[in-house]
Design a binder for this molecule. Structure first.
Ligand code: FES
Length: 98
């Protein structure tokens, strides 16, 4: 089932990114662009991630890379950061959810 219709990101892809270390909607956005356009999916992504159950957060806190580049996104160039073309509403939703 699609979570982010703007970028065609499925619930399964969000879970794969979470398994690879993405703990926040912002990290999901960095890995897949999900949530960076209209922002209407951010709350759902946040719900999928849950609260207080991120085993890799400890790695990030220690300065270790918490994200893996192994999970495929919509494009290879999207995996490094939030895209420059992200809309204001999507970014606002990400800020609220972070
Ligand atoms: S549905 Fe995800 S950014 Fe629009």
């Amino acid at each position: 089932m699609y979570v982010c219709s703007c970028f065609g990101i499925t619930e399964q892809q969000v879970k794969e990114h979470a398994d690879a270390g993405a703990c926040t909607p912002r990290q999901i956005a960095s890995a897949s662009k999900a949530g960076t356009d209209c922002g209407s999916c951010v709350r759902r992504i946040q719900a999928l991630l849950g609260r207080g159950s991120c085993p890799r957060r400890d790695l990030a806190d220690q300065g270790e890379p918490a994200l893996s580049a192994a999970v495929p996104g919509p494009s290879a160039s999207a995996s490094a950061s939030v895209p420059a073309a992200a809309s204001v509403s999507g970014l606002s939703a990400l800020r609220e959810a972070a």
